[in-house]
Ligand binder design. Structure first.
Ligand code: FMN
Ligand code: MN
Length: 484
């Protein structure tokens, strides 16, 4: 399908039978729990104390293959590795779809400027029970312009409402948005920003994609391609930045240098909860559609198959692509687990040093590097998307001293639970952390060393031929449907 806004997409999800509508949900905790527990997309209305029609949507794409197909106009039969591989092939068809500038759009149905800005007019959710605040931006995008190159960039960063015209913003070190923001702040200038709080799937998928920006490409060029039509944008009156014309809620404002505030604690994608001293955004203009819809997503520990699924197979496809571009041979697959934390690469281990090469590059290429603490390289017969098989291969084929290589001073994030500099955060810092954040990464080479005789380590599983014979002879008595 093609869609031009969230409302069309919600209708399609409804027709596909994957939408639940709920009234009278409490913004205080219930929104987050509903997202965690439901596999459907859930549209909530009639929050106590707010006008009917001021809604919140969770699980827009979530872990559903069907919603991912609706979001991208692309569908694949397979799951697991087949899905990752198909998406990687699909990415080769990418063609930039530049934005279309328009003079007006539904986002301008309601405009508030200056002292009329009031972010509390929306039923802003508190997503986890222990959160220290209410977050308007958890599945929204933030648009910045590189002051040196003029390139437009967007990513997805959490934003807490501090007061009616002030938001916190949480951008980890090394993200494009972090580097761009610092270019302004280090010169003592405020950083102009547009933030969007009710988005549609193409913007969501493009924001988290860690795309390369060769030839000045922007996330908008990619989201237009995903959606199948150009993103329509309006030039913001305060920033000159593009505002998606058919989004639900957006602000224009600036990040002033040295203006920091404590936010959170907030449940993070690592599965842990943290407070942080972060820059703030002072809002100058607030725009929203009639009956606006907040799109929300509580990061947290996700049970398998829920939540960040599209993120993980997109990311695996990207690491695979970057490994190939770096020249690594004979890659059979890539799997990602727990967001950024574990990457598995499966290869046909073809020469001494090959498996180490694959592991080191997977650990250090752009898509795999950020926060990616662990990489495991396994032999070709191990499916890198099946965690049990990966761990089995690792613990039965490795001698720890030989297998594990530790890499110091790698790209991390203050979100890492094992970062010693995180304790410095409460002391406050003007622009950068008091202490830079690094991580120690590890590559586990769990392939059979090439010098091992191939006849060693023979699998002890009944052959497919023998299992099929048993199935034919005694399948019904044993209540067997198929061979393993
Ligand atoms: C739902 C969701 C929430 C996210 N929240 C944050 C966040 O609070 N801080 C952060 O640094 N990255 C966050 N990310 C990851 C970034 O959006 C992602 O790394 C993005 O590609 C960065 O874009 P950039 O490098 O162009 O700035 C989030 C991603 C998703 C999907
Ligand atoms: Mn970017």
């Amino acid at each position: 399908m093609s869609y031009t806004d969230l409302r069309q997409f919600i209708n399609a999800v409804d027709q596909a039978g994957e939408l639940t509508r709920l009234d009278n949900v409490n913004w205080d905790g219930e929104v987050g729990a509903i997202c965690f527990m439901s596999s459907n997309a859930v549209l909530m209305d009639k929050f106590a104390g707010y006008p009917a029609g001021f809604r919140t949507l969770v699980n827009m794409v979530g872990g559903s293959g069907q919603r991912f197909s609706l979001a991208t106009g692309w569908s694949a039969e397979g799951k697991g590795l087949a899905l990752t591989k198909a998406w990687k092939e699909h990415l080769k068809e990418f063609k930039s779809v530049p934005v279309k500038w328009v003079s007006d759009g539904p986002i301008m149905e309601n405009v508030a400027i200056g002292k009329d800005v009031n972010l509390w007019k929306f039923p802003v959710p508190k997503l986890h029970e222990e959160d220290g605040g209410r977050y308007l931006g958890t599945e929204g995008i933030q648009i910045l312009k590189d002051p040196e190159t003029g390139r437009i960039n967007f990513g997805m960063f959490r934003m807490q409402v501090h007061d009616k015209a002030t938001l916190g913003i949480h951008i980890s070190e090394g993200k494009d948005s972090y580097i761009i923001k610092d270019k302004y702040l280090r010169q003592g200038n405020p950083c102009p920003i547009v933030a969007v709080f009710g988005i549609y799937p193409s913007l969501y998928l493009a924001a988290g994609a860690h795309m390369t920006h060769q030839d000045g490409l922007t996330e908008f060029d990619y989201s237009g391609w995903l959606k199948g039509s150009p993103e329509e944008v309006i030039k913001g009156q305060f920033t000159g930045l593009p505002i998606p014309a058919r989004a639900e809620i957006a602000i224009e404002g600036e990040i002033p240098p040295g203006d920091m505030a404590m936010e959170g604690p907030f449940g993070e994608g690592t599965g842990y909860s943290e407070p942080r001293n972060l820059p703030v955004v002072r809002v100058k203009g607030l725009y929203h559609r009639n009956d606006p819809i907040i799109t929300a997503r509580p990061p947290q520990y996700h049970p398998p198959g829920k939540g960040e699924l599209p993120q993980e197979f997109q990311k695996a496809a990207l690491i695979w692509d970057q490994l190939e571009k770096a020249g690594v041979r004979e890659i059979k697959g890539v799997g990602c687990f727990f967001g950024h934390h574990l990457t598995v690469v499966s290869i046909r281990n073809s020469y001494a040093g090959h498996s180490r090469q694959a592991g080191l590059i997977a650990s250090q290429c752009h898509a795999g590097n950020y926060l990616g603490n662990w990489v495991i390289v396994v032999d070709e017969e191990i499916d890198p998307t099946v965690l049990n098989d990966v761990i089995w291969a690792t613990v039965t084929r490795t001698d720890a001293k030989r297998a594990i290589q530790v890499l110091d001073y790698c790209w991390s994030s203050h979100m890492s639970q094992i970062d010693p500099s995180r304790f410095a955060f409460s002391a406050g810092y003007p622009i950068m952390p008091l202490k830079a954040t690094y991580k120690t990464a590890a590559v586990i080479d769990a392939c059979r060393p090439v010098e091992w005789d191939p006849s060693w380590h023979r699998l002890v599983i009944p052959s497919a031929e023998l299992q099929n014979r048993v199935l034919q002879k005694w399948g019904s008595l044993l209540k067997l449907k198929k061979a393993n």
